[in-house]
Design a protein around this ligand. Structure first.
Ligand SMILES: Cc1ncc(COP(=O)(O)O)c(C=O)c1O
Length: 425
């Protein structure tokens, strides 16, 4: 994509919407209040129109009518069946992706599986941009494994990116696994995953990618990268719904050797033989644990259809254009009002959200929600994240959001909101 030229007026945003080849996909989502500008699809995606009908059918027809027959008819295979749909967005050949548990629990399972494959290595390498839950899981794994194990975090030099040479320098002969977020939850910084994976492998380390902020927004090529493991959630850009189950990837290269530390009946070779001894199933199914949450699992299935129809390359093209447009407006309108850009300027280095920073960010964030009908989210200490979802965010919304933030600043509307943090920010 060549250098993009933007203009600051509203007519330009409308013009971009008219030319947007993905504009019609907004109709695939429930937009209950057109005045509300939702820039939080990177936390919880919008509700696809197909989902209520699908869930209604699952409840009334499958649960209500078929009762327990539902397991053989549709439910038992659903974790792998839906995993295969996600695999198409993750660049994974069949048989390597499974929907199960939460991202954190999947991370726990895969890290302990990886550590068992690397008995003579004692270090886990991650970075300060990884999602805190990931870091807690990694700390918990080290705690379980014992005193000779250690987690090392690579620091950021600029608080927006991680210098890849710093990361490479941290990987040594004692590194068992490198566990990173592909796209950083705060700044949106995106790693060159293929490059990092190749280098880690040269040192004999395995690599796990957390795809929560990239799946459905950014091209992911797990097989091409030669990734070993990956985890990710389905409630952000995949629009699976609040608390929808997560997914995991285990490379086919490792499946015969890797084993989940949680030995549940669903990962048994023959769960309904009720054998008293555990034998792991062949293939990816050995990483499931137990009865899946069928209602929320099946909500993920239909939500994936618009993404698969559009294709990740078109989604990424729009996302780059939209985030570049947003950064242009931030520079023109918000920087003079005291904001700083908290995301990489180079589109190749950022995912689909843009952070802006301000000393009063927490108060401004509240004013955006309560006064201006703009929903972003706040991340400590001073970040307001603006998430753009190519399937339903319009250019006019981007323009309007910046205009409303400008009004909040000019009228100092944020001053009436407390700086003390609520339980959920
Ligand atoms: C990058 C990343 N990893 C992990 C998680 C935690 O996910 P879960 O609550 O499914 O464990 C999140 C949640 O937002 C996240 O953004």
């Amino acid at each position: 994509m060549g250098k993009m030229k933007f203009e600051a007026g509203k007519a330009f945003a409308e013009h971009l919407d008219e030319k947007d080849e993905l504009a019609s996909f907004r109709n695939a989502f429930i937009i209950s209040d057109p005045n509300l500008i939702y820039l939080d699809g990177n936390s919880l995606g919008r509700l696809p129109k197909a989902t209520p009908a699908k869930i209604h059918k699952v409840i009334e027809e499958q649960w209500g009518h078929h009762l327990i027959k539902g397991w053989n008819a549709d439910w038992y295979e659903a974790p792998s069946r839906i995993g295969e749909k996600i695999a198409k967005l993750a660049g994974a050949a069949p048989g390597q992706v499974l929907v199960s548990d939460s991202t954190s629990v999947n991370l726990f399972k895969l890290i302990l599986a990886a550590m068992k494959l690397q008995p003579n290595r004692h270090r886990i390498v991650s970075d300060v941009f990884n999602f805190p839950s990931d870091l807690y899981i990694l700390q918990g794994c080290v705690n379980l494994l014992g005193d000779s194990y250690k987690l090392d975090l690579v620091q950021s030099r600029d608080n927006i990116t991680i210098n890849q040479q710093d990361l490479l320098a941290a990987i040594d002969e004692d590194t068992a696994i490198v566990s990173l977020s592909h796209v950083a939850f705060k700044s949106g910084f995106i790693y060159d995953a293929e490059f990092i994976t190749r280098h880690a492998h040269e040192k004999g380390a395995l690599v796990l990618w957390d795809l929560c902020h990239s799946i459905g927004a950014v091209p992911v090529e797990l097989d091409r990268w030669q990734a070993d493991f990956a985890v990710g959630c389905t409630y952000k850009y995949l629009n699976g719904g609040p608390g929808s189950p997560a997914f995991l990837y285990v490379s086919a290269r490792l499946q015969a050797k890797a084993i989940s530390p949680i030995w549940g009946w669903f990962s048994q070779r023959a769960p309904f033989a009720f054998d008293l001894e555990y034998q792991p199933a062949d293939g990816i199914r050995r990483f499931i644990c137990s009865t899946p949450p069928i209602l929320s699992l099946l909500a993920v299935e239909s939500a994936l259809d618009p993404l698969l129809e559009v294709g990740i390359q078109s989604i990424r093209r729009k996302s780059i254009k939209q985030t570049s447009y947003l950064i242009y407006l931030i520079d023109q309108i918000l920087v003079p009002l005291g904001f700083k850009l908290g995301s990489p300027r180079d589109p190749d280095l950022r995912g689909s959200h843009v952070s802006i920073q301000h000393a009063n960010a927490y108060q401004i964030n509240q004013a955006m929600i309560r006064e201006a009908m703009v929903v972003p989210d706040f991340r400590e200490p001073d970040n307001i994240r603006l998430g753009l979802a190519s399937l339903y965010t319009s250019y006019t919304e981007v323009w309007e959001a910046v205009e409303r933030i400008k009004q909040i600043m000019i009228k100092e509307l944020y001053r009436k909101y407390p700086a003390e943090r609520a339980a959920v920010t």
